[in-house]
Write a protein of this length. Structure first.
Length: 185
C-alpha cells in the first residue's frame, strides 16, 4: 500500500470533546512507551478485556514494543493526548494493521474509562479511517465481542456493517468499505 501524505498531514489535530475537554491526536512515537504503559494501567478490567479479549494484568514488553513501532507501510497508530487538566497523558489510541499485500486492514481502539462517552473514539476512528483510505486500503475490519454494545454502536454509526463471525459466535466482525469516498453515490 502506498503512503499518502495528505491524511497524515492533518495530524497532529486538535479536538474539543462533548464535555469541553481538549485533546491532540497525533501519530504514536517510540518515546510513548511510558505513556502507553500508564494508559494501560489506568484501564478498568472490563476495558482491558473488551480490547484484548483476554484478562491482561500487564502489557507484555513485546506488545509495548510493537505498539510503539508500527511497521511502515502496513501499520499505523495514533494516540489522543490530553491537552488540558492532565496535559500530556495518553487518553486513547487507535491503530490498524494489515498483512503484507492485503487490501484490508484490521483496527483496534481504546479510550480511557474516564474519557468514555464524550466522542473521543469517534474522533480517533474518523482520523484512522482517513489515513487508511488515503493509504489505499479498500476495507477496514474489526473483531468485536458480541457483548460490546458501545463498540458495535460506534462502528454502525461510522458506516461499518456488523456481521457474524463464522468461527466464533461470541464475536462480531464489523467491516467498512473504504473505496468509496464518504457521501459518494
Ligand atoms: C468502545 C469504546 C472505544 C468507545 O469509546 P468512546 O470514546 O466512549 O465512544 P464515543 O464517545 O466516541 O461514542 C461514539 C458512539 O458510540 C456509541 N457509544 C459510546 N458509548 C456507548 C455506551 N456506553 N453505550 C452505547 N453506545 C455507546 C454511541 O453510538 C456513540 O455515538 P454518539 O457519540 O453519537 O452518542 C470504549 O468504550 C473503549 O475503549 N472500550 C474498551 C476497549 C474496546 O472495547 N475496544 C473495542 C474493541 S477493539
Amino acid at each position: 500500500m502506498h503512503e499518502n501524505a495528505s491524511a497524515e498531514a492533518r495530524l497532529p489535530s486538535r479536538a474539543t470533546l462533548r464535555d469541553g475537554r481538549r485533546v491532540v491526536l497525533r501519530q504514536i512515537l517510540a518515546q510513548d512507551k511510558a505513556g502507553l504503559l500508564a494508559a494501560f494501567h489506568r484501564l478498568s478490567d472490563d476495558s482491558r478485556y473488551t480490547r484484548f479479549m483476554a484478562s491482561m494484568r500487564e502489557l507484555p514488553d513485546a506488545m509495548l514494543e510493537s505498539a510503539t513501532h508500527p511497521v511502515a507501510g502496513r501499520e499505523f497508530a495514533l494516540v489522543a493526548v490530553s491537552d488540558d487538566g492532565e496535559a500530556g497523558a495518553i487518553v486513547g489510541g487507535a491503530r490498524y494493521a494489515a498483512g503484507p499485500g492485503s487490501d484490508t486492514c484490521e483496527f483496534a481502539i481504546t479510550v480511557a474509562d474516564d474519557w468514555h462517552g464524550v466522542g473521543l473514539a469517534k474522533c480517533l476512528m474518523h482520523s484512522l479511517i482517513a489515513v487508511a483510505r488515503a493509504a489505499g486500503y479498500r476495507n477496514m475490519e474489526g473483531y468485536v465481542l458480541a457483548s460490546n454494545t458501545s463498540m458495535r454502536r460506534l462502528a454502525r454509526g461510522l458506516g461499518f456493517v456488523d456481521t457474524a463471525c463464522p468461527e466464533d459466535s461470541t464475536l462480531r466482525v464489523v467491516v467498512l468499505g473504504l473505496a468509496e469516498e464518504p457521501g459518494a453515490a
